[in-house]
Design a binder for this molecule. Sequence first.
Ligand SMILES: C[S@@+](CC[C@H](N)C(=O)[O-])C[C@H]1O[C@@H](n2cnc3c(N)ncnc32)[C@H](O)[C@@H]1O
Length: 331
Amino acid sequence: MNESPARRKLLGILSGTWVAQGVYALVKLGVPDLMADGPVHVGQLAHACGADARALGRLLRALALLGLFTEPAPDTYGLTSTTELLRADVPGSVRLNALMQGDEVFRSFAEIVHTLRTGRPAFEAVYGRPFYDYLGDNPEAAAVFNESMGDQRPPAALTGCDLGWAGTVVDVGGGNGSLLIDVLTRFPQLRGVLMELPDAADAARARLAEAGLAERAECVAGSFFDGVPAGGDAYVLARVLHNWNDDNAVAVLRRVHAVLPPHGRVIVLEDFLPERGEPAPGRSAAGLVDLLMLVTQEGHDRTGSEYRELLVKAGFEVVEARAGALEARAA
Ligand SMILES: C[S@@+](CC[C@H](N)C(=O)[O-])C[C@H]1O[C@@H](n2cnc3c(N)ncnc32)[C@H](O)[C@@H]1O
């Protein structure tokens, strides 16, 4: 039967998870790293990673037919410039992201109907507890998550933030320290404090030390719902508020408000959704991260105006607004 373009497109979308999970399985078994020096025979790959050679060959063949791997000789497969990024040791590697997507995220999306019926994250139905509690109980998953967040570059809006006036910056929920490394490098007068859940704080401490910044940066373990470290001039919340519903996001902002000195500023960095009624800039994946928040956590992405409303509710007034960044002081 002749497929209409619409039908072909839709069937392609529906089989997208097969491709994604196939890629995930290869990453899980370390196959892309085994191809680092060039194409390898499938028998050799299977032996090295403990796979069934016929199954591995069929998966690689399917993905090669889609253009994701090369097959320069029969049963011999190599990486393309795209799948090269699945290796562990390349700049811009998405290996850890692939692991996270294929495990917890995929299982959660399998139960998305639960989210639609209840409005609650499917993640909690699958794993029995909220996302960050689960990570607290699973150091391996936490390490994958923390590192994969750190793989992402600090938000672009950060480059527009002038911290030349500040003595101490506190990075609240600072992940693995990429953002703090960036600002401490750009502003040599700054000292930094990173506040994180315990596993992430340990990882960040090691990373900051590796970057030669141990003297200028301190990592504090704790929950920002219990309070944030005092003594900062600028408090950064990068990609933190979108993990939480409005009540919890305001609660975190109030914790910052409680310790902010009169001259201090809170800086919120997020990928803003297009304002309602604003023409969307062509196709955009922005809504997909919001969907990820819906299914895995109780958070959601927001427009700049919606983040501004949260800040006002928590007692701030916005003094500067740029794409992806809001800076506010205590009202
Ligand atoms: C989406 S990540 C963003 C990390 C980093 N700011 C960045 O932009 O790459 C959110 C961070 O919030 C941290 N977090 C979640 N709950 C927390 C809590 N109760 N107290 C402190 N940090 C928390 C997580 O460990 C995670 O690293």
